[in-house]
Write a protein that binds this ligand. Sequence first.
Ligand SMILES: NC(=O)C1=CN([C@@H]2O[C@H](COP(=O)(O)OP(=O)(O)OC[C@H]3O[C@@H](n4cnc5c(N)ncnc54)[C@H](OP(=O)(O)O)[C@@H]3O)[C@@H](O)[C@H]2O)C=CC1
Ligand SMILES: N[C@@H](CCC(=O)OP(=O)(O)O)C(=O)O
Length: 420
Amino acid sequence: MADIDSPFEMIAAMAARARRASSALAHQPTSAKANGLRAAAEAVRADLAGILLANSEDMARAEANDLSGAMQDRLRLDARRVEAIADAIKAVAALPDPVGEVIDTRTRPNGLELTRVRVPLGVLGIIYESRPNVTADAAALAVMSGNAAILRGGSEAAHSNRAIHAAFTNGLTEAGLPTDVVQLVSTTDRAAVGAMLAAEGAIDLIIPRGGKSLVARVKAEARVPVLAHLDGINHVYVDGSADENMAGRIVRDAKLRRTGICGAMETLLIDRSYRDVAGLVRVLSGGGCEVRGDGRIRTLVPEVAAAAPEDWDTEYLDAIASVALVDGLDGALAHIGAHSSGHTDAIVAEDQDVAERFLAQVDSAIVLWNASTQFADGGEFGLGAEIGIATGRLHARGPVALEGLTTYKWVGRGSGQIRG
Ligand SMILES: NC(=O)C1=CN([C@@H]2O[C@H](COP(=O)(O)OP(=O)(O)OC[C@H]3O[C@@H](n4cnc5c(N)ncnc54)[C@H](OP(=O)(O)O)[C@@H]3O)[C@@H](O)[C@H]2O)C=CC1
Ligand SMILES: N[C@@H](CCC(=O)OP(=O)(O)O)C(=O)O
């Protein structure tokens, strides 16, 4: 057991091992990384019984602690889910290797040849929720993109994560890859998260996946660059020009397909010129969703409960939605500008000019026209996998997979040129 009185020393030691492993991994050919991942997938599959036993310990504690149904569902493993974890690792092994890809090339008038080449970021620190499959997904994406990863999963999943991590690294070792490319923080003490955020120079990039409490800590303490994968306060704006049938289907799916994921709609904005405001609101309430509306909505749909000011900034992750009536696109843009978390926002409209203005002016990682916010997913975008949905503005936005875990360097090939 690591010394939890010295989280800074623990993280520093892990980061030093990760640095050595990342240097070794950066030079591995694609085939070696893919073989390592295939071996890791087999090792996960072979340790089904051990992983399920570990998960049952987490589930017993989750039940005793009265964890919500949605949280328990994210935590729970069964044979089918473990199989899916192994398949996902294999799928990453089959993705094109981004490392070494030439993304720009130019020859200067003096003959100097310059290329821009993708390289791994180095050492990643990934902090994520209590979903055991993320341990394998994040590990696989890190390895295939040539990075080392320090994983800090949610405390409710500690046993499951340990079992998955052990199997994964056994597979890597069998395939001759350095085990330290994927390390798991062994303590659930949140001080280790603080130490990761402070590990300037030792960790190259922190990827936090989580909600409000994690957001606040990252904002206050991060000294390492951050690729934030944070909460989704996502909006659907239904314009007056929207097709009613399409609006109903999209709103229902965006809120109710899976209420607990970060891509779920939390706020519905309806144009005051939309023909059937009450009908659209009742698509939600009729589907079992609690609706909280502003004063204007409540005038048109009296059975709706009153929204409090904090509702507009709340990620319910549940069958609850806030609904406001807005004055056209400008009203929607103003509301989204004030309350969106920059994850995913969508418009339903037949008017192309309105839609294009929405797509251009809403500054979120994913903006969608006539499609559900629940498409916010690397698999759905054809990326094969995802670390999550990046909600910041820099480096990578939206679903992040292999390419988002790389940076580039300029490589110059000369023949004795001097600048003079
Ligand atoms: N954008 C994206 O890709 C994704 C976003 N999310 C978001 O995650 C949230 C749901 O997950 P939830 O389980 O609530 O996540 P939490 O934010 O509660 O936890 C996520 C991770 O952060 C840690 N953490 C949380 N607060 C602190 C703190 N103050 N100090 C140190 N560590 C902390 C947790 O550790 P501990 O176990 O100790 O609580 C856990 O490892 C939603 O907001 C959802 O939108 C989820 C998945 C993907
Ligand atoms: N992007 C993924 C979900 C990611 C996500 O939200 O994770 P979680 O909050 O742990 O359920 C999907 O659409 O299935």
